[in-house]
Design a protein around this ligand. Structure first.
Ligand SMILES: Nc1nc2c(c(=O)[nH]1)N[C@H]1C(S)=C(S)[C@@H](COP(=O)(O)O)O[C@H]1N2
Ligand SMILES: [Mo]
Length: 525
């Protein structure tokens, strides 16, 4: 036991942080060998996501947008750094304290890793290896920094930075601490880099590039010529994949190898089936233009996008499995354990509800659900659009609950009729004279029949509407406006084909989608 008083607090903290880095680096390396989701930092982050209350999650999505996950991981790392520093400080007194601290750390990591959906005993290995490596690194660095007096030559003792007091068995050597710490950082970095490159991402990217999606048996009709008004600043009718919003609970995008993928259909069916990716691609594929929307989209928000999807009709697969009449919910599960509960009647009513394999002419991007996801026109994503889907259970709303339901969101959630002003932008300065107000409106599976705009709470004026291929996409609209100098308020409302006109009534996104008119202020000069 090298109990000594001469190692300063900062040195202990540094040794602790480096040991923590070694632990994470080795765990990352282990995760590269076992599988990406067994990296304990991610598992702890996933835990935080699952346990944090819905308003906090919404706050995170609103504040950090698509960076919410990086901010969360950053937060976890900051906390880990502080704990690691503390462990190093107590380890100066007694190495056993340091080992105990790291072990405690490891237990938290292990619980997080092993309670993830689909976890196996092998998933414990990266955490165990990381903790062991961290403990070794901590004791090595501290021992190195406090050589016994016998090891310290007279010359060393006189060197600046070597501090020891007569009568103490060990001296503190700053240079040896710093070189030890540097060695630890290099080892941690190397392990992390190798671990990351081993993680399946590359393999799945390669598999995705090699997928050949067959031609559709039922192609979508060509888009009408007037589908896109081509106004600068207006959302294009087709959202490019790279610009398509992304919302999910996954901290790392699930890497699903299409060769290993299967879809299991079971529950209230007469003939449970399991389909491989190859078998799915051999079925008749149909193409459809469908606008997806997120329930968390604020009025005027960006969480909506339109794409051309290609996939197998869910209804065909379910009929083949012998869906029983008592089933009223399809509980779909993703490879990472997320679930959606979709009403059976919606999926079976003839609309283009798909097990989709392609998006805008390419295999699904990995972040959008490769190899297979659900797309159901007319329902918010959280009750229908399961990405990386692997399992569909025919069941009942009174027996099963999907991921978001116990977290306060409605079990059933049809998309609400909405409209958004894209140009001018909120707060924009517009030159006086004739200008164009334009945007998009959506009422999936009903269709948009009219869009009206009013300026400064004046009379509603009807906008001109772009063409649409059907009722399942958003619809562009535009209106000319003779802008007069001063500050103005613009408002928009849509009427759907069922005759419903959006009201001014504001509802929050929770529990089943926001309502109200998108309202923006502009300055005309
Ligand atoms: N596996 C999985 N699928 C999921 C989710 C998720 O968290 N995990 N989120 C859903 C939600 S809330 C929405 S709005 C859509 C978003 O799909 P996108 O990311 O492709 O735009 O995916 C749905 N599918
Ligand atoms: Mo969503």
């Amino acid at each position: 036991m090298r109990s000594n008083q001469v190692t300063p607090v900062w040195a202990g903290a540094l040794a602790g942080i480096v040991a923590g880095a070694v632990a994470l680096g080795v765990a990352q390396l282990g995760a590269g060998l076992v599988r990406a989701s067994s990296f304990p930092v991610l598992a702890v982050g996933d835990w935080v996501v699952d346990l944090s209350p819905a308003p906090l999650k919404e706050f995170a999505i609103r504040t950090f947008g698509e960076n919410d996950k990086n901010v969360l991981i950053g937060g976890v790392l900051v906390v880990l750094t502080l704990i690691a520093a503390g462990i190093g400080v107590v380890a100066r007194r007694r190495r056993a304290y340091g080992t105990a601290g790291l072990a405690l750390f490891g237990v938290v990591g292990l619980v997080a890793v092993l309670t993830r959906p689909g976890a196996t005993a092998a998933d414990a290995l990266p955490t165990l290896a990381g903790v062991a490596a961290g403990a070794l690194a901590l004791s090595w660095i501290l021992r190195r920094a406090t050589p016994s007096v016998r090891e310290v030559s007279a010359g060393d003792v006189e060197r600046p930075g070597v501090m020891w007091a007569p009568g103490m068995p060990y001296a503190f050597d700053r240079r040896r601490l710093l070189t030890g710490a540097a060695g630890g950082v290099v080892a941690a970095g190397a392990a992390a880099v190798v671990g990351r490159s081993l993680s399946g991402a590359r393999a799945v990217d390669a598999a995705r590039v090699n997928v050949a999606i067959p031609a559709p048996a039922v192609p979508a009709p060509p888009l009408p010529a007037g589908v896109d008004l081509r106004i600068r600043g207006l959302s294009p009718f087709v959202t490019p994949n790279a610009d398509f919003y992304r919302v999910d609970t996954a901290l790392i995008v699930p890497q699903v190898d299409p060769r290993a993928w299967t879809l299991r259909v079971h529950g209230l069916v007469d003939r449970p089936i399991e389909i491989t990716y190859e078998e799915l691609l051999r079925r008749p594929l149909m193409e459809a233009d469908i606008t997806l929307a997120c329930v968390s989209n604020e009025v005027g928000g960006p969480l909506v996008g339109n794409a051309r999807w290609l996939g197998v009709r869910m209804a065909d697969v379910l009929r083949e499995a012998g869906l029983r009449p008592e089933a009223d919910m399809l509980l779909s599960t993703s490879s990472d354990g997320f679930t959606c509960g979709t009403p059976v009647d919606v999926v079976m009513d003839g609309r283009d509800a798909l097990f989709a394999v392609a998006m805008n002419g390419e295999p699904l991007p990995v972040a959008h659900g490769f190899p297979v996801r659900q797309v159901v026109p007319g329902l918010y994503g959280y009750v229908s659009a399961t990405k990386w889907v692997v399992d569909v259970k025919a069941t009942r709303f009174d027996t099963d609950e999907a991921y978001w339901t116990p977290r306060g969101w409605s079990a059933r959630a049809p998309i609400k009729t909405e409209s958004r002003i894209d140009v001018p932008a909120e707060g924009a300065t517009v030159p006086a004279g004739r200008t164009t107000i334009a945007g998009v409106a959506w009422a999936q599976h009903k269709g948009v029949d009219a869009v009206e705009v009013r300026v400064d709470r004046g009379a509603w004026r009807e906008a001109r509407l772009a063409q649409v291929p059907g009722p399942d996409t958003w619809r562009q609209w535009a209106l000319d406006w003779d802008a007069t100098p001063g500050d103005h308020t613009l408002e928009v409302r849509a009427t759907d084909a069922a005759g419903y006109t959006q009201t001014e009534q504001r509802a929050p996104v929770m529990p089943d989608g926001a309502t109200g008119w998108h309202t923006i202020d502009v300055h005309v000069t």
